[in-house]
Design a protein. Structure first.
Length: 64
């Protein structure tokens, strides 16, 4: 697994946290939840290939 994906996830987390703070301080709390969900979806889309390869590896190890 590349260390690069961990840095990408951390960068998305930092950006989402910063946006949440800015939106909360400006009185737009309804957009903070949308921002958090968007960040979660972005991270999930980034790790889907790794999850797929994990399941393939587990299948090959146990001959399923």
């Amino acid at each position: 697994m590349d260390i690069e994906i961990i840095f990408k996830i951390a960068a998305v987390g930092l950006i989402v946290a910063l946006l949440n703070q800015i939106l909360a301080r400006s009185g737009r709390e309804e957009y903070t939840m949308i921002t958090t969900l968007a960040g979660l979806i972005i991270v999930l889309m980034m790790i889907i290939p790794y999850i797929s390869s994990l399941f393939s590896y587990v299948r090959s190890v146990f001959d399923l």
